[in-house]
Design a protein around this ligand. Sequence first.
Ligand code: IMP
Ligand code: MG
Length: 174
Amino acid sequence: MAERVEVLLSEEEVNKRIREIGDQISKDYAGKQVHLVCVLKGGSFFMCELAKRITVPVSLDFMSVSSYGKDTKSSGVVRIVKDLDEPLTDKHVLVIEDIVDSGRTLSYLLEMLKDRGPKDVKLCTLLDKPSRRVVDVKVDYTGFEIPDEFVVGYGLDYDQKYRNLPYVGIVKFD
Ligand code: IMP
Ligand code: MG
């Protein structure tokens, strides 16, 4: 099916907002080292841009998760496809996500990471669709709250396409 992508947030808007969040994180973590945990693949573009804007010491790690089948969707259980390389013991962990939708993935993931002995765990997402929330998740840093539309770009995909768009767009089918 042919689809087209309509710009929702321009490259300039996104980059400006990422700089603002980077400044805020640098202030909030003053005197500390922040350990960024990127949720692949969607969070990768956002994390790279954000990490460049943070002025306190930064370390990075990556993990990849996938939801179990439809049947267990309501449980929110996710499968770890690629785990972190480093332990989280005594670290100030900041999870970097592309989007929080129902909140199922993040709520499961955050609880799992909190069990690994970090000093604290916070969440930073580029996009948030609050109207879609099913499970309550505390978001510490949000780039943009967006309406209930399917978006792509800046790491987000539709059928693995469009992750590389330098802006955030809405997929239209017509
Ligand atoms: P949830 O918060 O557990 O429902 O799932 C969030 C995940 O679903 C995100 O990490 C994305 O991978 C995916 N997702 C949710 N909404 C969108 C969207 O609008 N475009 C692309 N992927 C999305
Ligand atoms: Mg994701």
